[in-house]
Design a protein around this ligand. Structure first.
Ligand code: 13P
Length: 249
């Protein structure tokens, strides 16, 4: 039985003080240990939130990391820096970074491996554009992203630490959610690819999230699909809706 994981990706929202105020307002309402709840604030709020979330049920995540170890990389953040703040998860390969900041599958893979070497769980995002879906290229696109994203990552790491997130780009921030059938179909497809590359046992243990306009109304249906093990929530994670999503059952 895979433990569900619900992640709030705050993107470039909330200053450190706003982050503290918001997390303080919802923290007591999130008291489940049956699912993993992760918040990924902006880097500038990680330190403050690390203190606030100490010994709480909400885990800390980051939105990005450098694939370099340390040194002259202005503006970058290393895995050691995340580790020092007790960051347990880190999103890599979000479509906004792939599209706006030209992050390639190779870069995503380097970042995931860097995180795993330090024991931080990567949340590897994959997803197709609407054009790719309409042109029936989505299976090739997703297969490519999954295979290259996981390149040279051990079966043990995929089984126990990696989280995959299927986020169709056309459903992000648009209010358009993939149908539960579309989301389930793609998460199942990702699991089958992992089964091919690794084994059935690895595939059966891998957690796969769906992301794209998840809200309190659609969370229950999405999270009850066989191959969907959680949600990567953007806009709705900035409000009390996040609590409702966490309490979807
Ligand atoms: P929305 O929930 O705002 O569509 O964003 C999804 C997302 O990109 C999470 O990483």
């Amino acid at each position: 039985m895979r433990k569900k994981i619900i992640t709030g990706n705050w993107k470039m929202n909330y200053t450190v003080n706003e982050a503290e105020a918001f997390i303080t307002s919802i923290l007591e309402s999130i008291n489940t240990t049956e699912i993993d709840v992760v918040i990924c604030p902006n880097f500038t709020a990680l330190d403050r939130l690390s203190n606030l979330l100490d010994n709480k049920n909400v885990k800390l995540g980051a939105q990005n990391v450098s694939y370099e170890t340390k040194g002259a990389y202005t503006g970058e953040t290393s895995v050691d820096m995340l580790y020092a703040l007790d960051v347990e998860y880190c999103i890599v390969g979000h479509s906004e970074r792939r599209q706006i900041l030209n992050e390639t599958n190779e870069i995503v893979n380097l970042k995931a491996k860097k995180l795993l070497a330090k024991g931080i769980n990567p949340i590897i995002c994959v997803g197709e554009t609407l054009t790719e879906r309409n042109e029936n290229k989505l299976y090739d696109v997703i297969s490519n992203q999954v295979k290259n994203g996981l390149k040279d990552i051990s079966s043990e790491d995929v089984k126990t630490k990696v989280v995959m997130a299927y986020e169709p780009i056309w459903a992000i921030g648009t209010g358009v959610t993939a149908t539960t059938e579309q989301a389930e179909d793609m998460c199942k497809y990702i699991r089958n690819i992992v089964c091919e590359i690794y084994s059935e046992s690895v595939a059966n243990n891998l957690r796969i999230q769906y992301g794209g306009s998840v809200n309190p109304k659609n969370a229950n249906e999405i999270l009850n699909m066989e191959n969907i093990d959680g949600a990567l929530v953007g806009g709705a994670s900035l409000t009390n809706d996040f609590v409702a999503i966490v309490n979807y059952q």
